[in-house]
Design a protein around this ligand. Sequence first.
Ligand SMILES: [Zn+2]
Length: 443
Amino acid sequence: MVTTANQPPISRRGVLGGVAAVAGALALGAGTAAAETEGPDTADGPGGGNDSPGTAPADLDVHVLVIDGCRPDEIAAGAMPTVRLLAAQGSSYPNARAVDVPETIPNHVAMMSGVLPNRSGVPANAVYDRAEAVVRDLDRPTDLLVSTLLERLPAERGVRTASILSKDYLFGIFGTRASYRWKPEPLLPVTKHAPDLFTMNALLAALQTEQPRMTFTNLGDVDRFGHGDLTGTSLKIARRTALTDTDAQIARFVAALTTSGAWSRSVLIILADHSMDWSLPTSLIGLAAVLNADPMLAGNVAVSQNGGADLLYWTGPAQQRSAAVARMRSLAQATAGVLEVRTPQELKLGPQAGDLVALCKPGWRFSDPTPLSNPIPGNHGHPVTRPIPFIVTGGHPSVRRGQTPSQPASSMDVAPTVAWLLGLRAPQGGWDGKARTEAFQRA
Ligand SMILES: [Zn+2]
């Protein structure tokens, strides 16, 4: 049972006060934008975006806020008035998508690395580790195989970074990369995440004491209360409470930037890492039992359950792999609730994702290795949970106002966008994402 005991009650007055603060900040920003200030030019960001090392533009900070598990329709529906207002005052991308697998760790890695999982080494939250012969979370610094903004901005641009991540496995995988990193606490016992109130307190404190110019924050309540929502698939009372609470925390952030005078130098990228889908206990899929009941496969398969996606691994003799994988595919495809079975190559996931990836239909979830393994109604990882909110906003005069660009923005666009703004060159091998330059005024 998830408790709200550690959270303050959110009053209607508090929420409206937050929106008023944001509206005031945006009014100031709009006035600045109306002046014919020079924004980023078409080729390079304000920092030049070239290959020569140097310093980032002195008048621009970037803050990336991840509302973990938020669906685009939840912002449109009105439970998040501050975020909705921020979206209206910037660019909101209606066709934005998470990278596969739409899970928390791979998408946070995509945001900070700008590359696909087949390069980052992080295709899902949990994989079967062949070397250790165990299913485990990808929560070790050594699991992330590429560079990220968190360490490159300080090293190459002299820009201090801060990671303020509410979940312990995110704190784990990003290791010591950021100039400053907050260790999430207190962790709630069941969800293993710090409530958004504490996460936002940490972000506001870091702004004061660490002076980061690029921050990366994960707000975990919306996801965790969506997973654990025991009111069922219709009411979702806890979920709605979390949306309102998280919105109020973002209002606090905008108010703090306004009070400190930093709003006019701030670009905010607000997005989710995946969305959420709910299923009933009658719509469970258990592939471990199906595969292990087959004489050819029994005892030689591993299944890494990721909610809406099952990663399937052949662990038997290599010479039997081809036939075994074909058998795994046909059995998985014939199982009720399975939408499709894809190869890791097709989804650009890399070898850590195993031999096959089974994806479920909306309203279903995987529960492996046993029917008791996944009791939670809210899940993601399947195609219906790919759509995400993706908003570029803030008080900086270069931010374009009131746009809904049709481009298919992606979580892996965050890194190239931030790099373009702060003059950081592409990593070796280039970006897989794309800088969202249309969200800014052109010179
Ligand atoms: Zn997540």
